[in-house]
Design a protein around this ligand. Sequence first.
Ligand SMILES: Cc1ncc(C[n+]2csc(CCOP(=O)(O)OP(=O)(O)O)c2C)c(N)n1
Ligand code: SF4
Ligand SMILES: [Mg+2]
Length: 285
Amino acid sequence: MTEPENNFDNKNQITWCPGCGNFSIIAALKNALKTLNYKPHDIVLAGDIGCSSKLTDYVEVNTFTGLHGRVIPLAQGIKLANHKLHVIAIGGDGGLFAEGGNHILHAARRNINITVIVNDNQVYALTKGQASPTSEKKFISGPTPEGTIENPINPLLVALASGATFIARGWAGDNTGLSEIFAQAISHDGFSIVDVLSPCVSFNKINTLEYYKSRVYKLVDDATYDKSDLTQAFEKVRLWGDHIPIGVIHEASGPTYEKQIPVLQKGTLVSQNNGLIDTEKLLDR
Ligand SMILES: Cc1ncc(C[n+]2csc(CCOP(=O)(O)OP(=O)(O)O)c2C)c(N)n1
Ligand code: SF4
Ligand SMILES: [Mg+2]
């Protein structure tokens, strides 16, 4: 008997604002999971806190939500407990690049096989629009009425410099392209990060869909671009302004963290424990 088609849909009521970039991200993600022919029980979506992380409520897979900024440690813990699972961490630019900014450096240098998807709306959206680490300089918000005086960070440059073996930039306005990027990121054997330029229609009136429409171009259309070449990747990832490349910027291979841990070669930790861990003994120690 063939299994019924799975769309990863559930019945939870979606509470995002109409026009929010999260709609494109969730559609692209479900489509990527379908393309990869993954089953819901093989996937864990780990969420941060924020509008973006509500996505975990709307996809019919295993989910777990932690504290703001801590989704990467959470995802790594899940991966190490059961490395057979496909683990995807979802969060926003605030949680992932401010509160939890340090975690990207270490997950990237470890090359642990998880995928990080960032809804980069360049604002702390859930808390009503404060400037985030990727907000453009002079961004006006409640706490910065005269505009921010800090420069934004380039998160993919940071990830690349930390040793990430897969980095990509997506755009919510290109849903098909986004889905292809997600599929490549999730099937990559190692740490992958996709930074998605995504509109927050309620609190970011600068970086709208229209703003990016005239600026983005697809790297796949550039036949001379070699994503395995680190020098080219460093050049491309720094481009910003009138011409912003989207697509896979860098992909390389290397041993994953999990494959270098001897005990994991005997099977998953959960299977070795029969799913039972004596917490009393652990606490006594
Ligand atoms: C440690 C901590 N700091 C602050 C908050 C309050 N807080 C909750 S959501 C949020 C904004 C989230 O922004 P972002 O991560 O960019 O996600 P978005 O809502 O934009 O998708 C903040 C500041 C919190 N919950 N925990
Ligand atoms: S506040 Fe912004 S990010 Fe949050 S749901 Fe509305 S449009 Fe989306
Ligand atoms: Mg945000």
